[in-house]
Write a protein that binds this ligand. Structure first.
Ligand SMILES: [Zn+2]
Length: 311
């Protein structure tokens, strides 16, 4: 990876107001430098085969995510430009999450993801699965190939995480201590198996599973924070949480802030880059705006991921 952009000093901009717009990368670098961090780790970013990503972008931009809000993709750029941007931001490690919406895709997606990881040393080798015969084989193959982070999307996939085809998958992930990011909250629109119940049943059977609940579990924030208190392997990522976009759809209840503060060792920075309708910097600013302190931000934006993923 190219560290040149990451190690350059953050610019001093005492006169930012009259210096015109601050380039986004400079502002992101200033954010983590002020925290005394060597950069950021973002566990929830997406890299996918170009034809798949084009369909995902069309899904959001055409309004099919059914949020009732416009969802223009800010970082609709070629892959090499998106990688250059993350590196310019000082994101030292990032994931390459992908996920199938039907059977027969997972193995092919994992092959693409392994190739992407091989040519992108600062990307965390990511993989996925679907509730289909052979799922446990797909997961075993991906782990053997070096995958260190999985993604399960219950809303897009539309499958039940309690499906008996998946029982050995959760078991294998727990045994291998490989984290899995699970989109199981009901935002932006509920799915048949979203909400606390189905994933809670999975944890009851596999209490050692390292599950990272995407989007802070939105809108079931309190329920999933509670799950993290019950199981030491349950973490939550910040993806889209507290942004003006998600606050309009699923506002975080202020009375849960003490729980969020207390769970500071289980919260991981996630952004959903590049599929976001606002600048990357906005996600960082809203986390800082929570007022939970420098130590909380340092843990969330870097240290927790380094520890959990052994970086
Ligand atoms: Zn995502």
């Amino acid at each position: 990876m190219d560290n040149a952009d990451i190690s350059r000093p953050a610019p001093d901009r005492p006169g930012a107001a009259d210096a015109g717009p601050v380039p986004e990368a400079d502002a992101v670098i200033a954010f983590w430098r002020e925290l005394g961090l060597p950069g950021l780790v973002d566990v929830h970013t997406h890299f996918m085969p170009p034809n798949v990503l084009t369909k995902v972008w069309a899904f959001f931009e055409d309004g099919r995510a059914a949020t009732g809000q416009a969802w223009p993709i800010v970082y609709r750029q070629p892959e090499e430009d998106r990688l250059a941007l993350l590196r310019a931001f000082g994101v030292r490690r990032f994931s390459a999450l992908l996920y199938p919406h039907k059977p027969g895709m997972a193995s092919w997606l994992n092959t693409w993801a392994a190739d992407f990881a091989a040519r992108t040393p600062d990307a965390l080798h990511s993989a996925t699965f679907f509730a289909e015969p052979g799922a446990v084989g797909h997961v075993a193959d991906a782990i053997a190939a070096g995958a260190r982070l999985f993604k399960a999307h219950l809303q897009v996939g539309g499958y039940d995480p309690r499906d008996e085809l998946l029982d050995p998958v959760w078991g294998l992930l727990a045994e291998a201590a490989v984290p899995v990011i699970v989109h199981c909250g009901s935002a932006p629109t509920p799915g048949r198996y979203t909400g606390l119940g189905p994933m809670s049943a999975v944890l009851a059977r596999h209490p050692a599973l390292i599950a990272i609940i995407a989007h802070l579990g939105a809108p079931e924030y309190g329920e999933f924070l509670g799950l993290a208190r019950r199981y030491p392997g349950v973490h939550l990522d910040t993806t889209m949480a507290f942004t003006s976009f998600l606050e309009r759809l699923a506002p975080f209840p202020a009375e849960l802030l003490p729980q969020l503060a207390a769970a500071g060792d289980r919260i991981l920075l996630g952004s959903d880059f590049p599929n976001v309708p606002y600048p990357y910097l906005h996600q960082l600013q809203v986390l800082a705006g929570l007022g939970l302190g420098t130590e909380w931000l340092r843990a969330v934006c870097y240290q927790n991921a380094v520890r959990l993923l052994g970086l």
